[in-house]
Design a binder for this molecule. Structure first.
Ligand code: CP
Ligand code: NVA
Length: 313
């Protein structure tokens, strides 16, 4: 079976029902990977990866994942392609999508990836933009579900839960809001003044899916999951000094974890800065699942790539 052309540009690009399928499939793909069983559903398919910003996890998880599916990968960066020499994004999309089966892009503005997708013959996946990081939140949700015990209906364990977001109102925060809106949990958001989330970017259908707290401790109270991210995202480096001052009280530490539920998990998309957005004893402590999160990027993205190209198996 093949799919009609379908892109994954933000969390809302798939429905809850599609996430339930992709998570079940990711669990199977992960199990086979652990057992060294071949799973070559994308043999002879090629993934083009375009990186306009740095990456470790996204690069390795997509590249290793595509090889494990029997396919191959072409890697382009701004510096080593015509993308960095002002070839229009529309022309790049037309050309790249005639030679490959799937494209993953990490770039700056969401408008750029939207424009690429509008001119692409093949599915386009968002590997991070200034506005969203949907592959990461998909992996985080899968990790949460896995730690709570995968069930027949994997999304059930998310309903009514509280996710505390401590830190910048950035691409990860926007994506968490979209996930909460769709899947029925609540995000307790605490950011310094001037770094708030902008719900208009997330395009929420229901503003009840998040609550704003001035005090990060209050945001963490009773949370099922506490999560944070770097104070300065890629592309905002010029603001680094100002951000270090503004975010000083937004470090997830053991006091914040102590007011969350006793079985609360800690997540961070990584890379992390110990002593800034998270204390070392939290990220390296027993409630932290950051390494599972990182690994699960690969398993969920394999399921996603397979779904975008082949549909349900
Ligand atoms: N979390 C994440 O996307 O990591 P990279 O920037 O290393 O790809
Ligand atoms: N918010 C971070 C995430 C890095 C994976 C950034 O955009 O740099």
């Amino acid at each position: 079976m093949t799919q009609p052309l379908k892109h994954y540009l933000q969390f809302t690009s798939l429905t809850a029902d599609e996430y339930a399928y992709v998570f079940q499939r990711a669990a199977l793909i992960k199990k086979k990977f652990k057992a060294y069983e071949k799973h070559h559903t994308l043999a002879d398919r090629t993934l083009a990866m375009i990186f306009e910003k740095a990456s470790t996890r996204t690069r390795v998880s997509f590249e290793a994942g595509m090889y494990q599916l029997g396919g191959s990968v072409v890697n382009l960066t701004t510096g080593d392609s015509q993308l960095g020499r002002a070839e229009p994004i529309e022309d790049s999309a037309r050309v790249i999508s005639r030679m490959t089966d799937l494209v993953m892009i990490r770039t700056y503005g969401q408008d750029k990836i939207k424009n690429f997708a509008a001119n692409s013959r093949v599915p386009v996946i968002n590997g991070l933009t200034n506005e969203f990081h949907p592959c990461q939140v998909m992996a985080d949700l899968f990790t949460y579900i896995e730690h709570r015990g995968l069930t027949v209906h994997p999304l059930d364990c998310l309903k009514g839960k509280v996710v505390a977001w401590v830190g910048d109102g950035n691409n990860m925060a926007n994506t968490w809001l979209q996930a909460a809106d769709m899947l029925g949990f609540t995000v307790h958001v605490s950011t310094p003044n001037g770094y708030e989330v902008n719900p208009a970017i997330a395009g929420l259908s229901n503003s009840d899916c998040y609550k704003v707290f001035a005090d990060p401790m209050q945001a963490c109270e009773g949370a099922d999951l506490v999560t944070t991210d770097v104070w300065t995202s890629m592309g905002y480096e010029a603001e680094n000094d100002a951000r270090k001052q503004a975010f000083a009280d937004w470090c997830v530490d053991s006091d914040m974890m102590a007011v969350a539920k006793t079985n609360a998990l800690f997540m961070h998309c990584l890379p992390a800065h110990r002593g800034e957005e998270v204390a070392a004893d939290v990220i390296d402590g027993p409630q932290s699942v950051v390494w599972d999160e990182a690994e699960n990027r690969m398993h969920v993205q394999k399921a996603l790539m397979e779904y975008l190209l082949l549909g349900r198996q």
